[in-house]
Design a protein around this ligand. Structure first.
Ligand code: NAD
Ligand code: IPM
Ligand code: MN
Length: 371
C-alpha cells in the first residue's frame, strides 16, 4: 500500500453526489500537483446493507483499518428507517468510529466573509468566526452499557442508554483539544452538565487535571452545555476550542453549522491514536447527513465534503499547503457569488448545481496553480 492510501465510502443519499465532486479534486491533485492517491472505494450504510445485509462488511472494516485515511459521504435515509436497529445505516458509521478508536472529532466552524450575511444570526455576531468543536466520539451515551428496550414489568417498556466516561477517555480527548488550542488562540472551553450528571463532574475534574498538569499555559474555562448552546448563538466569537462529550458535541456542532451559513459548509476529521507511521488513524466526513429531501436533484452543496478532503490533506498527509489551496479556492468561489441552493441569500448570487460548484472550485484551483 502506498503512503497516500485513501478509502472512499460515498454512502447514501447526497453522499455519492458530493463525493463525485471530491473525486474530481482528488484527480486534479494527482494530475496537477503530483499527489497520486491510491484510492479504493467501498460501500457503507444503506448501500452496504442493500449489497451485504449489513451496513458495514467486515472486509470494508478491515480495509478502513489499513489505509492512511477514510473519506465518507453520508449514511441513512427513509428507505432504511424501519430496519432492525442493529443493521441501520448509522450503525455502519458508528462501527467505523468505534473500531478505529477515533476518539477525537474535530468540527471546525468558520464563517467565510462572503457568507456573513447568510446566517440566521446578525452579521456582526458571526463575521470572522473561527471556532473548533472537539467532540468525544467513541464513548458516552452513544456506546454505554446497559442499553436497549425492555419490558418495564408494569405492562409497558423502558428504553435505556447509559452515559459513561472513564478517566482515560476524558483525558485523551482533552489533550487533543489543548494541543489544537496551542496552535490557535490558546483557549479551551469545556462543556458538560456537572450540575446534574456524575459523568459531567468527572469530565470537569479530569479536564482540569490535564490542564493543571500538562497544559497550564492554555486558558481553560468550563460551561454547562445548555448555557454553551445559548452562548454559541449569542456570542460565538468568545470561543476558540470547545471540548465536549459525544452527544453534546453532536448537537452543538449542528448548532455551530448555522453560524457559518449552512450545514453544507461544515467538514470534520475524526482522529485516533498515532499508527506505526506516526499518523493518526483517521476518517473525514462532512457534518451533514444524507439529506433525503434534496437527494438526486443536483442541489447538494459539496463544499463540506471537499473541505473534509482538505482536512485529510492537513491531518493525514502533511499537505497543509494543498489543504490551504483548496480552502482558498472555496473562499474565492464564494466571494465570486457562486451558490448552491442552501447558500442562496440576500446577495442573489449565481445559482449552481452540485457539479456546477465542483466546476467552479476546480477552475479556482487551476487558476491558483498557475500563479
Ligand atoms: P441532514 O444533515 O441529512 O439534513 C438536514 C437539512 O440540511 C436538510 O434540509 C438537508 O437538505 C440540508 N442539508 C444537509 N446537507 C446539505 C448539503 N450538503 N447541501 C445542501 N443542504 C444540505 O439531517 P437529517 O435530515 O436529520 O438526517 C437525514 C439522514 O442522514 C438520517 O438518516 C440521519 O441519520 C443521517 N445522518 C447521517 C450523518 C452522517 O452520515 N454523518 C449525519 C447526520 C445525519
Ligand atoms: C453525525 C451524525 C451521526 C451521530 C449519526 C448519523 C450516527 O449525526 O455525525 O453528526 O449522531 O454522530
Ligand atoms: Mn449529527
Amino acid at each position: 500500500m502506498s503512503n497516500l492510501s485513501l478509502l472512499i465510502l460515498p454512502g447514501d443519499g447526497i453522499g455519492p453526489e458530493v463525493m463525485t465532486q471530491v473525486e474530481r479534486v482528488i484527480d486534479w491533485l494527482g494530475d496537477q500537483r503530483g499527489l497520486k492517491f491510491d484510492v479504493s472505494r467501498d460501500l457503507v450504510g444503506g448501500a452496504a446493507y442493500d449489497e451485504h445485509g449489513v451496513p458495514l462488511a467486515d472486509e470494508t472494516m478491515a480495509k478502513a483499518q489499513e489505509v492512511d485515511a477514510v473519506l465518507l459521504g453520508a449514511v441513512g435515509g427513509p428507505a432504511y428507517d424501519n430496519l432492525d436497529f442493529s443493521v441501520k445505516p448509522e450503525r455502519g458509521l458508528l462501527r467505523l468510529r468505534k473500531e478505529m478508536d477515533l476518539f477525537s472529532n474535530l468540527r471546525p466552524a468558520q464563517c467565510f466573509d462572503a457568507l456573513s450575511d447568510f446566517s440566521s444570526l446578525k452579521k456582526e455576531v458571526i463575521s470572522g468566526l473561527d471556532i473548533m468543536i472537539v467532540r468525544e466520539l467513541t464513548s458516552g451515551v452513544y456506546f454505554g452499557e446497559p442499553r436497549g428496550i425492555q419490558d418495564d414489568n408494569e405492562g409497558g417498556r423502558v428504553g435505556v442508554n447509559t452515559q459513561r466516561y472513564t478517566t482515560n477517555e476524558i483525558r485523551r480527548v482533552a489533550r487533543s483539544a489543548f494541543e489544537l488550542a496551542r496552535r490557535r488562540s490558546n483557549k479551551v472551553c469545556s462543556m458538560e452538565k456537572a450540575n446534574v450528571m456524575e459523568s459531567g463532574i468527572l469530565w470537569r475534574e479530569e479536564v482540569s487535571w490535564v490542564h493543571e498538569n500538562e497544559y497550564p499555559d492554555v486558558e481553560l474555562s468550563h460551561m454547562y452545555a445548555d448555557n454553551g448552546a445559548m452562548q454559541l448563538v449569542r456570542a460565538p466569537k468568545q470561543f476558540d476550542v470547545i471540548v465536549t462529550d459525544n452527544l453534546f458535541g453532536d448537537i452543538l456542532s449542528d448548532c455551530a453549522a448555522m453560524l457559518t451559513g449552512s450545514l453544507g459548509m461544515l467538514p470534520s476529521a475524526s482522529l485516533g491514536a498515532p499508527m506505526e507511521n506516526g499518523r493518526p488513524k483517521a476518517l473525514y466526513e462532512p457534518v451533514h447527513g444524507s439529506a433525503p429531501d434534496i437527494t438526486g436533484q443536483g442541489k447538494a452543496n459539496p463544499i463540506a465534503c471537499i473541505l473534509s478532503l482538505a482536512m485529510a490533506l492537513r491531518y493525514s498527509f502533511d499537505q497543509g499547503e494543498e489543504a490551504a489551496r483548496i480552502e482558498k479556492a472555496v473562499e474565492k468561489v464564494l466571494a465570486d457569488g457562486v451558490r448552491t441552493g442552501d447558500l442562496m441569500g440576500p446577495d442573489g448570487g449565481t445559482p449552481v448545481s452540485t457539479s456546477g460548484m465542483g466546476d467552479a472550485i476546480l477552475d479556482a484551483l487551476s487558476e491558483s496553480a498557475k500563479k
